[in-house]
Design a protein around this ligand. Structure first.
Ligand SMILES: [Zn+2]
Length: 565
């Protein structure tokens, strides 16, 4: 691989500030973090930016319910989110919020540029309105009887009993979830981003189908929307909401607010702008249309269309660069089923920590399952225990624990440099470019599989050379051929362990730091592949690096998340 220094801006989707981070969210943050850490190890200039998504009706109503201001709510939730990301070693360079002055100014200026480009249109639309609460009701805030099967208390978009989908106006005896009142119809003027404008259609057709190397599934999905010239399915996008609403007021429209989905993606830039101010980085350099920097968004497949239609169009027509690519992933299931509160599998991130599980176990397991597709992935709890114990403990950690003792006790922790040319080490080093390609392409499952195959070879080498037998054959101080061989076997083994640690470091950063201390070596990066252990640095006595997962911890975890059905 060429080692040109790349400049890369990376984001994960912004979690909504009205609830806790659960393990489904963690798939994405861990996936992004592994990729970011890999890029940092390559020596690239990388900024990993996140923020809480803080606006909209659910936040406004939740704060009201709790008798606090929306600002108090999002402040509290923001602290919890940051705690969870830190716990799971998600290494944001900056974590902000969409409710900031930077994001307000950016949202306003972007809106004004779109308006001045003739891409904003006002249209009157009729919507459900709560006459008691005096507010327009989003679909999820209207319930009633299913028009097909008459089940009561069904949401305005679909019936949980019979599975029918419909629009809220079809519900029988509808009522507002907020006040219980029967909603009435009310007309209001809304602001639309004219995605149906021929300029937008042409831009999006090119951006999604030609210019951007989207995942094939994503590109095909977008093809249905952008269609062919004159035959596009793109509708105009409603970007305004009426007061009362928690968000940013539209500059030239008092009482109208930006819809949360307008200012949420802009929040990537708002948060990045805060970081630039703090560090002196040049925001314009990174975000102008001719920038040579790269920009990637990691997201769940459910919000693909906000990120591959609305977001690039918003950026392009307001004079910014567009994303280099958008990487979508599938959803998490637990034991083959949707996460469920009654089964205890709707697992919140903090409970993993308080139940005593090591967050790197989950990082490894997700890595071992993640690829570059939109396929869902399953956390099978039995497999999780077996996989971590067999791969990380049985294969990887075992390598160090089997040979470090002899090197420390018999050789003061000093290696035999002549052993560093061993073909096994050559083979592990030679895997580095394939490994790098797999990380770059987000094929983490394959990179972990390759790493474990190499670990298997090292264990076969240890079994064949039996350092414990060699150690028995000689009194501790006697120099002899056997003595030399023991030092050589331990050298090959520990250098192999060092190399494997480099390949695992994006996934297991904390463990890698422990290994660096144990081997008494500088911080490992990708270049360290060619900087083997030396006679100048004695390794330290082996200390416990990681424990096995006890199945009792899993029971504890499920119990902690169990809520009565
Ligand atoms: Zn029904």
């Amino acid at each position: 691989m060429m080692n040109l220094k790349r400049q890369i801006l990376v984001t994960s989707a912004l979690p909504y500030a009205n609830g806790q981070i659960h393990i489904g969210h963690l798939v994405e943050y861990i996936q992004t973090d592994i990729w970011v850490r890999f890029q940092r190890m390559q020596g690239h200039e990388v900024y990993f930016i996140g923020a809480d998504d803080t606006h909209g009706t659910p936040i406004m109503l939740r704060a009201e319910q709790e008798n606090i201001t929306p600002q108090e709510l999002i402040h509290r939730v923001g602290i919890e989110h940051k705690r969870d990301f830190d716990d799971f070693l998600v290494s944001f360079d900056h974590y902000g919020s969409t409710d900031t002055e930077e994001n307000k100014l950016l949202s306003e200026s972007i809106y004004i540029k779109l308006r001045d480009a003739g891409l904003i249109e006002k249209k009157s639309i009729e919507q459900a309105y709560d006459p008691v609460k005096e507010m327009f009701l989003p679909d999820r805030f209207i319930k009633g009887e299913c028009p097909k099967c008459s089940s009561k208390d069904q949401y305005g978009d679909s019936c949980e009993k019979c599975g029918a989908t419909y629009s809220p106006i079809d519900l029988k005896n509808p009522y507002s979830v907020v006040s219980g009142a029967a909603p009435i119809k009310k007309v209001s003027e809304h602001y639309f981003f004219k995605l149906s404008d021929p300029r937008c259609e042409a831009f999006l057709r090119d951006w999604t189908q030609v210019k951007t190397p989207l995942q094939p599934e994503a590109r095909n999905k977008m093809k249905e929307w952008v269609g062919t010239e004159g035959k596009s399915e793109l509708g105009d996008w409603d970007i305004s909401r009426d007061a009362p609403y928690f968000g940013f007021e539209i500059p030239d429209a008092p009482g109208k607010y930006f819809y949360v989905w307008l200012d949420a993606p802009i929040g990537y830039y708002g948060s990045f702008m805060q970081y630039c101010k703090k560090t002196g980085l040049d925001f314009d350099y990174w975000t102008n249309p001719s920038s040579s920097t790269e920009q990637y968004h990691f997201i769940g497949k459910d919000i693909l269309y906000f990120h591959t239609l609305f977001w690039p169009a918003t950026l392009h027509f307001s004079g910014y660069r567009t994303p280099t690519n958008v990487f979508a992933h599938g959803f998490l299931t637990v034991d083959g089923e949707k996460m469920s509160k009654s089964r205890g599998t709707f697992i919140n991130a903090h409970s993993v920590i308080t139940s005593g599980l090591n967050p790197e176990w989950l990082r490894y397991y997700f890595a071992a399952k993640l690829n570059s597709s939109l396929e869902d992935l399953d956390l099978n709890l039995q497999d999780f225990v077996a996989r971590v114990n067999s791969d990380l403990l049985g294969k990887y950690i075992n390598i160090a624990s089997r040979s470090a003792g002899f090197l420390v006790k018999r050789f003061n922790g000093i290696i035999a440099p002549q052993a560093l040319a061993h073909p096994l080490l050559e083979q592990i080093r030679n895997a580095s470019s394939e490994m790098a390609t797999l990380f770059e392409e987000r094929e983490f499952a394959k990179s972990m599989r390759l790493t474990m195959e190499l670990a298997d070879l090292v264990n076969i080498f240890v079994d064949a050379n039996k350092p414990w037998e060699l150690a028995k054959q000689l009194p501790p101080e006697s120099p002899s051929l056997t003595h030399t061989k023991l030092q050589e076997v331990c050298t090959v083994t520990l250098e192999a362990f060092r190399l494997l640690t480099i390949y695992l470091k994006p996934v297991l950063p904390k463990l890698a730091t422990e290994v660096e201390k144990f081997l008494n070596i500088p911080e490992l990066n990708w270049q360290s592949i060619h900087a083997p252990l030396t006679v100048d640095n004695a390794i330290n006595p082996y200390q416990h690096l990681m424990s096995r997962i006890d199945t009792q911890l899993i029971e504890k975890l499920l119990e902690a998340n169990q809520t009565p059905a």
